[in-house]
Design a protein around this ligand. Sequence first.
Ligand code: ADP
Ligand code: MG
Length: 678
Amino acid sequence: MNVSDPVVSLTGVGPALEAKLAQLGIVSVGDLLMHWPRKYEDYSSVTLAANIQPGLVTLCGWFEQISSRYVRRGMHVTQAVLRDASGAVNVVWFNQPYRAAAIKPGKTYYVAGEYKLQSGRFAVLSPALEQADSLPLHSARIVPIYRETKGLTSKQIRELVGQALERVVLPATTLPQWLTAEAKLLPHDAATKELHFPTSAEQLNLARRRMAFEEVFALSLASQLIRREQRLEKALPVPFKQPLAKRFVESLPFTLTNDQRAAAWQIYQDMAQDQPMNRLLEGDVGSGKTAVAAMAALMALAAGHQVAYLAPTELLARQQADSLTKLLATQGYDHAVTLLVGSLKPVQKKRAQNAAKSGQAGLVVGTHALLQEKVDWHRLGLIIVDEQHRFGVAQRQALMKKAGHMPHVLSLTATPIPRSLALTLYGELDLSLLKTKPAGRQTIITELVSPNSTQKLYDTLLQQINAGGQVYVVCPLITDSTLLQAESAEAVYNKLRKGPLKSTRIGLLHGKLKAVDKQAVMADFVAGKLDVLVSTTVIEVGVDVPNATTMVIMSPERFGLAQLHQLRGRVGRGTVQSYCYLLLSDSKAPSRRLRALESSSDGFRLSELDLEIRGPGAIYGYAQHGALDLRLANLSDTALIALAQKMATKFIEKKEDLLQYESLAANVRAAQAVTNFN
Ligand code: ADP
Ligand code: MG
């Protein structure tokens, strides 16, 4: 049997089970073997009946006095006594009427379960049972517990994995021999077996290390290979014109922060090369990335190149087009700014496309779709991407093919990526950080509000509105859902409008509205014609309304820490004190995540904390949108990451042929295709 064989080739897997396995993402036998246990229960030491203590136990013995009956309707009890050489213990199963018939007299069994007090007497409750003459899967060992789905238990998965491990010939080498030796890794096949059926805690750790290494190594190798290929690409150099930069900086209504200056300087140095820039500008919300991006754009325009500015949504594209027009107006480039988005009227769109083709449009602002659309460029020299971190290899190649050169790329992100993650996933990107906020910014006062204090909260909001402030109310859902217990924008909008905030002007914004309606609502809010904007996370990234100084987040438990921090960044953009209220859904103690948000406003710190709190699980969040699949690697394991990077460099230096390592090659390809982690 082969890892690529479908799961139906396993004995006992028919169409029904196949469908259930598919729900867990398991299609092939290899997928099944990569369905790592979520945790383990240690039944490895077999206890003598005479020494039994309450808790998880494994016993080995034979059964006596088996009785099986309904004690009342719907409640069946099987009772038995398990005897070994030292004594006897009671065993009880509830609602498993088949048990009595399945136990063979005179046979020796492993029994694994919890020994505890039940209705006045001690017994092992509904334990797993296995004959002791075969190698045990469910007892007398460290037992794997899997992620399950309805109708598919850990026990079934365990049996299938057991079968697969017996029948599949696993590759021992998914990595070169020298590498396995040098990094001191368990062989692949042994590690796979250990991860499912550990022989000891130490071996399990080594197995996990091997597989985690494989995951991180593929990522490191992917980004190092991209970096190497990038060095072979040609770009249009952008000469640095110091007087122009100086004039622009002087024209700004504020003084640049040192971080902004440093970032702009790095960008100018990169762009002056005939190799493409590939730089990620990381800066918390409000740190002033737009001004830096404008400086990059300015220099490219002055060199006679075109610039594409890609925003995640149309709303933001429009807003950024406005901001950039204003910023560049002082240097006479305001007419160069052209908006090109899907909702334009056909004539306008055609005009914008023509302007891009003729070069008359120097700076074209659109959404991420802009590059996929049929836009012909005259001379595209620089791409600025908001909230997308990387161009995949295929995208880069398409760009090169079309233009004959690779544009410089500047990615902007307000999602502070923990350093370990950035190094692993985006090794090919150079990083510029905006760590300091512009001077004069106030810290946003963040408060957790208990559901008992909503009236007080509404009073506070009314006061702030009366004082001329504007308020965002953010909800996790658009419409009420029967599945999810969370506030919806529509319901909250209707409630506030009719009740607590009746006297105010309220608008509703969410992703299902037509583009024109969205723009109208947003425009009203920007113009101060609305006091309150009830919204989903469509306002998340980049929206800039300095007069909005208060935000209420409903059902904050529904959001991730990084996302909450981003949302909060919509307020506190002016010089007035701003507030963020997290209205809790119930009076339970708030999570560590929410308390962290209350006490810190440092996005970098919060992202590290998020990684720490959620562990590798946090990466699942990143992974969902890409082909990337980190299951075992913990990106706070800096030693492992450093090792993987060193080994990836060696792998390339030794001119290893990637195609010889089939699964590694597939993982590298998947990692290279990943473009966006939001
Ligand atoms: P973000 O990094 O979230 O994209 P923006 O570029 O939208 O932030 O900047 C947020 C606000 O801060 C804007 O109104 C911008 O004009 C202002 N700003 C940018 N840089 C500075 C600075 N150095 N000093 C003061 N205000 C600044
Ligand atoms: Mg921005």
